[in-house]
Structures are given as C-alpha cells and as structure tokens.
Design a protein around this ligand. Structure first.
Ligand code: HAM
Length: 412
C-alpha cells in the first residue's frame, strides 16, 4: 500500500523501528510466540509477566550497568519519577525472584515472552521493539542446570522445525575469559576495555594498539577449560552435537558470571544471533542478601522469523472462521443470525453477511478472506430447512438438513 499521503494528512507509517501487525502478520507473530510457549512448557517452565514500565534505577544500579543503557527509552513521569521501557527482561525477573523467592520451591523455572524496547539503528534482524522469549532458572548451580538451559535453547529452535545443521550453539565462560585476561597480563583498567573489544571483534578491531595486541595474545592463549569441556560432552551425550567453543563470545552484559552462549543461524543471510544467554549468579544480590544463582537466555522474535522465512517454514495464514453465512435479502437476516448462533454455540466459528451485496460478491468476499465454507440463507432454504454448504477451495456443494449442518461443519 502506498504511504504517500496528500498534503495536510498525518503519515500512516508506524514509529521508526516498530511494527504494525496486520492480521496476516499477527497470525504468524502469534504462532511464533505460541511455539516458544509450548517448547518451554514441555520442559516444565511456567509463565510470568510484568509491566513494560520499570523505574530507571533498575538499569542504572551497579549490577546491571552496561552498554544497553545507551539504548534505553527513558522519560520522566508526571510525578517526576524516571521511568524506562524495559530493554530486556533479566533485571525485572531478578527483581521479582528476589522479592518472592521464599514462596517458590527451588530451582525456579520460569519463562516469559515480553516486548522489549531498545533505541537501536533499525536494520535486518534489529528493531526498536521486539518480543523476546526469556527462559531462566534460579537457585541451581552446576553442570546439570547449565546443560538444561542450553538444551532448552536447542529444544526451542527444534520445536520450530529446525534441524541440527540449521544452527550452531557457541559457548564460552566468563570465568575462563577472566582467567585468560589475567594470565596474559591485562591490567584491571584494560579488563573492561578488552571485554568490550572482544565482544565487538567481529565488527571492528580495537583502535588502541595495546588492546589490539592483547587481543591477539588472548586468541592464542584461550582454550576450553575442564568445565566447558564437560558441558560440551554432556550436551553431546544428550544428542546436542552442534556446540562450538567460541573464544570471542563474551556477551555485552556486565552481569554474566559463568557460562555464556549464543545460538547462530548457519545460513549467512541471517547473521544475527537467535538466542543469547548465560549464568548470572549475582544479579539478585542488589535486592536481597540471599544468594540466588541464575542462568537463562533470551530469544527474539525477529531473528527467528528471518530464520524460518529463509527456510520457508512459516505457517500460511488461516482465517479463524470456518463458514460464512450469505443472505439473499434483509428478510432472512434474523434467520441467518440464528443459524450463526447455532454454529457458534457448537464451536464452529462463523462470519455473517451484514451488507446488501449480491450473493456472488458475498461469496467472493468469503473466498478472498480464505473462509472455506459458504452457506446461503434465502427464503427457500428457510422454508425447506435445507441449506447448501459450498466448499470454496473445491467448489463442492453439499445440500444438508439444518440439524446435520453443524456437525458437517464441525468435521469438514
Ligand atoms: P540479548 O543478547 O541482548 O540478551 O538478546 C537476546 C536475543 O534477543 C538476541 O539473540 C536477539 O535474538 C534478540 N534481540 C536483541 N536485541 C534485538 C533487537 N534490537 N531487535 C530484534 N531482536 C533483538 C538479553 O537480552 C539477555 N537479557 C538474555 C538473558 C536472559 N540472559 C539471561 N537471561
């Protein structure tokens, strides 16, 4: 549709970097979220939610201070409070768990599919609002917890119909990264600059020659330690073989303390990460003296959409109605409505004509919407109590008595 508007009219375009979901887009969007939901529930994770609005201090407190702060949407409310649209869910869920951990048996296994907002430059795979599946486990440390979380990520993507060769899981460990930086003699000051530079290695080389040279040394020094080797072996024994140690995988968030991982599409057209996550054992300690270790990941709807689109794995839009009731004249409108009620009460989703269009045009309307059946209601049909169910994709016409019609449409 053209977005050229005559002078004086408002633009019909949405805000930059966010999406309008027209019904055919929303159908796919809902399918994506529903698939994520089912995959998490099948691992016994339960769903939670929260508001998009958070006090800004949630992101400026020491534990979560990091690059994402440059990308937040922040404003002052009418009560002079600084408010931020959540750029991610992890600080929120850590806050929620810190407040109520006594009420739940540990480990807590939760998921949510919030929309999150980041002021990024909109481009392929990157928008300013996206929906992000977050699966997190609180109160468990050790190899089995770490393995379950990575296995869940693999399970989610497989639930979408992906096979092992479609994606690769890259892993690293913050403890190993830190130990390696220490080993190669990086000073405390250089430490954060190096983490930042490592995180951006794919995009650019550091302009600081000392940092660039330390990165070289880092690359030749780092090797998977015993723990990472055990994690990769454990995953292999569980049938997850497409895991690779990735020395430059750091993850941009300051809160990670252990294993970090990302899932990538193996198709070069979709280079953005599909998932990112890791262990963060200290984030909750901003809110409680109770030590609550945690591990989790986030998976965005945009990159998985691209992943599935490239592979022709997105579902085709399906109209919710099974049947459209066409009417020959206003005199049968009440009869038609009552027939619609009979269908709806039996769980047959029904759309009803409200116009004075000709029958042929009413049928065209139903066909364009993708509603598979049309039932015409006219004076004769009402009198004889017999209707014709027309199946639009095949053109088949079945005359049926009113009482049997509902059942016919229930099991078309
Ligand atoms: P993240 O790596 O920033 O991690 O985001 C996770 C995923 O969200 C990415 O892999 C990508 O699929 C998607 N994503 C991120 N930013 C955008 C964007 N601007 N447009 C579209 N998709 C995007 C986190 O947010 C962590 N809080 C995840 C986590 C949960 N760690 C532990 N628990």
């Amino acid at each position: 549709m053209s977005t050229d508007q005559p002078k004086g009219l408002l633009s019909t375009e949405s805000y930059k970097g966010v999406r309008d979901f027209y019904p055919e887009d929303y159908y796919i969007h809902r399918w994506i979220l529903e698939t994520m939901r089912k995959a998490c529930q099948s691992f016994g994770y339960t769903e939670y939610d929260a508001s998009v609005l958070e006090p800004t201090e949630l992101y400026t407190s020491k534990t979560s201070e990091e690059i994402i702060n440059n990308q937040t949407y922040t404003f002052t409310d009418r009560g002079d409070r600084s408010v931020t649209l959540r750029p991610e869910m992890t600080p929120t869920v850590a806050r929620m768990v810190a407040a109520r951990w006594r009420d739940y048996p540990m480990p807590i296994r939760w998921f949510s599919i919030p929309n999150v907002f980041r002021y990024e430059k909109p481009q392929r795979g990157r928008l300013r609002e996206h929906w992000q599946l977050n699966a997190d486990m609180f109160g468990a440390t050790g190899i089995e917890a770490d393995v379950e979380m990575i296995a869940l990520a693999a399970h989610v993507i497989k639930t979408f119909g992906a096979t092992d060769s479609d994606f690769e899981i890259q892993i690293n460990d913050r403890r190993l990264i830190n130990a390696t930086l220490e080993k190669i003699g990086a000073t405390g000051e250089q430490h954060n600059a190096l983490l930042f530079a490592l995180d951006r290695k794919e995009k650019e080389t550091s302009k600081d020659p000392a940092i660039a040279s330390l990165m070289e040394t880092y690359g030749t020094t780092i090797a998977p330690d015993e723990y990472l080797t055990q994690v990769m072996d454990a995953l292999k024994r569980r049938g997850i073989t497409n895991v690779r140690f990735s020395p430059y995988l750091v993850r941009g968030f300051a809160y990670y303390t252990g294993v970090v991982f990302e899932v990538f599409d193996t198709n070069p057209e979709n280079r953005r990460s599909l998932f990112g996550g890791g262990r963060y054992d200290n984030l909750a300690s901003a809110y409680t003296t109770q030590q609550i270790p945690a591990i989790g990941f986030g998976m965005g709807d945009v990159t998985i959409h691209d992943f599935l689109e490239i592979r022709n794995k997105l579902p085709a839009f399906k109209h919710p109605a099974t049947v459209f009731i066409a009417t020959t004249s206003p005199t049968v409108a009440a009869e038609a409505y009552n027939l619609a009620t009979q269908f709806r009460d039996a769980g047959v989703y029904t759309s009803l004509n409200v116009t004075d269009k000709k029958i042929g045009d009413q049928i065209k309307y139903a066909d364009k919407l993708g509603i598979p059946y049309v039932v015409v209601v006219g004076d004769d049909e009402v009198k004889n109590n017999t209707f014709v169910a027309k199946h639009l994709p095949t053109g088949n016409e079945t005359p049926i008595n009113r009482d049997d019609l509902t059942q016919f449409l229930q099991t078309p």
